[in-house]
Write a protein that binds this ligand. Sequence first.
Ligand code: NDP
Length: 419
Amino acid sequence: MKKVLVIGCGGVAGVAIRKCAQNSDVFGEICIASRTVSKCDALKQKLEGKTKSVITTAQVDADNVDQLVALINEVKPDIVLNLALPYQDLTIMEACLKTKVDYVDTANYECEDTNDLEWRAIYEKRCKEKGFTAYFDYSWQWAYRERFEKAGITALLGTGFDPGVTSVFTAYAQKHYFDEIHTIDILDCNGGDHGYPFATNFNPEINLREVSANGSYWENGHWVETKPMEIHRTYNFDGVGEKDMYLLHHEEIESLAQNIPHVKRIRFFMTFGQSYLTHMKCLENVGMLGTEPVEFEGHQIVPIQFLRRLLPDPASLGPRTVGKTNIGCIFTGIKDGKERTLYIYNVCDHQECYREVESQAISYTTGVPAMIGTAMVLQGLWKRPGVFTVEEFDPDPYMDALNKWGLPWQVDENPVLVP
Ligand code: NDP
């Protein structure tokens, strides 16, 4: 039986930890750590008596490598599951390297202070070289490849739903359905309604930074960048119905472009309602999405962090959200010389998730794959020294695990394509 150290105890971690506790044959011990240990204790209390896994808690500031190293040395986990924020990816990877422990996360590194001069110089160089301006990219974490390989430990990056399951769907399509995949459209539809005029389904700061940024897609070997929300399509989603969706930059495009040999175009679309978009535009226009501190009555305030305080906690949306999500990928390409199309997707019901783990489907569809990816490494099925994204491993055991642990998927061999 293995021991996992989970960093973070927010919406996604709440689901992942509950799923680890359901899978106690693999996760014999779970240590939950974040800055606010009382939240970790509250979750531990809820789970005690309902699982065979032994649960402990600890306090850690994951921005501090020394604190992380001390905690890892004390807890002695077999693996660290990072479900804090993307800001902490590098410090946690650094601590894993120092202690030679495997590492797993769900989102790629993003710098918290985008005005940091050292970071900004590297970022601006990358914008010019690569052609996209998103604040996050894989270069920071891929830079650890050689050191993880030499240390003989695995880093599994991006095992949420997107990135994560969408990349596993791609590996599965490549393995079983195509000789060459030519196009990939990743469609992320949330048909849920929480009844608030405006709220975000996961960490508001990360969510709003992503959605208000320029869009981009991969075409014929390079990035094409668009203005925010410039490309709009309508699609009729199984289980949800017709929704407006918008092209966004998304991290798995970067790794899939490298790992799927014949791919010519990769796009990512997410659905948004008009109320969400109107609120976001207004907040942006008045400066509330700013990441630079402003002085207010003697205090330094970062507007987007203050906004986060005002918005409903995503974890509180669970009881009030009704409807379904539908997330998946549409592929075109060739098999045995003939053209072929394929859609692999999962439909998830917000209320069913709430009944099972007291959370809405967005945290559920991220937390379940976080548990599965961690189990893949712990069980030795996806254990290889180095830094990898999920499409680099055999998708079959992961696809089986999705069916087993609450995210069953469907295959449509004749889907409507996105123009
Ligand atoms: P929340 O804001 O709900 O939770 C974040 C958690 O991180 C909190 O428990 C917080 O606890 C902890 N944390 C933050 N800073 C630190 C720190 N310095 N040290 C220790 N712990 C810290 O976020 P979510 O659960 O919504 O999201 C978690 C991750 O999942 C994010 O990286 C997000 O980008 C990713 N995600 C991935 C998706 C995918 O499909 N791949 C989809 C949705 C989210 P405390 O304040 O007590 O320290």
